[in-house]
Design a protein around this ligand. Structure first.
Ligand code: FPP
Length: 251
């Protein structure tokens, strides 16, 4: 058991139980920009800065995996210019943010259907993955063109194929066999499922984000818009998580 006493305010926060895997639905970029009379994309730009700060803080606190919802399979329906801007973020991410993450021993990984990503987006993400692949610290796991139901559907297809080829008996299918076919199967077994999911901007839903993996996650909703979410807000969320008693269906 340990507590961080970095500032007076921290003394009031209980941070002795750090969630190993945190999922974040980074919402509110557009509204943040609109409030400042700026184009929506400026919110995404500011959202990148917030993500960098939060990733470094999470790493310092001992979080092992941070899965962030960067682009959902439904986000393609946004105005073309905005989609183009978001798809270009990984290029900026690689040049401006990856060097500092690398210094902090952060490993970048990705889940989602990468086959539909523009080539530059895919290449920039691949470079980030490649550059940080030997790092042993926090895994910053981008959900990019990710959809939870599609992920489960693919797992079912893969199992159905194995049944067809008589490799698996339907009666022998286990939860682990499904989990092993999900996109999070690259994560260490103990950290595959988020302990805590944070959604910013006051929306109270999970929007197809890791539906299987979040079955037992603690959910934390805050009115803070994503670009304003900072180190203190992260600690506040962890402090709230610490107050909850996770029973996994037991007593
Ligand atoms: C939701 O806000 C945010 C997004 C769809 C994009 C978030 C992405 C980042 C912060 C950076 C991702 C980085 C990389 C490298 C891919 P919104 O636009 O839905 O906000 P609104 O609800 O206020 O309109």
């Amino acid at each position: 058991m340990f507590t961080f006493f970095k500032s007076q305010k921290d003394k009031e926060l209980h941070l002795d139980n750090i969630p190993k895997h945190i999922g974040i639905i980074m919402d509110g970029n557009g509204r943040w920009a609109k409030k400042r009379m700026q184009p929506r994309v400026m919110g995404h730009k500011a959202g990148m800065d917030a993500l960098q700060k939060v990733t470094i803080e999470a790493s310092n606190l001992g979080v092992k995996v941070l899965t962030v919802y960067a682009f959902s399979t439904e986000n393609w329906s946004r105005p073309q210019d905005e989609v183009k801007f978001i798809m270009n973020l990984p290029v900026e991410f690689f040049d401006k943010y990856v060097p500092e993450l690398d210094k902090n021993n952060v490993r970048v990984q990705m889940i989602g259907d990468s086959s539909r990503l523009p080539k530059e987006t895919f290449d920039a993400m691949t470079r980030a993955l490649e550059k940080t692949k030997h790092n042993s610290g926090l895994v910053l796991n981008f959900a990019l063109n990710y959809g939870g139901r599609a992920e489960i559907t693919d797992a079912v297809k893969s199992l159905a194929q194995d049944v067809l080829e008589a490799k698996v008996n339907p009666g022998d299918i286990t939860e682990d066999m499904i989990a092993d076919r999900l996109m999070t199967n690259h994560l260490p077994y103990l950290y595959r499922d988020p302990d805590l999911v944070i959604r910013t901007s006051g929306e109270i839903r999970t929007s197809n984000f890791l539906p299987w993996q979040t079955a037992y996650s603690e959910l934390y909703f805050t009115d803070i818009m994503w670009p304003d979410f900072d180190e203190a807000a992260l600690k506040e969320a962890i402090s709230e998580y610490n107050k909850r008693h996770r029973r996994f269906g037991g007593v």
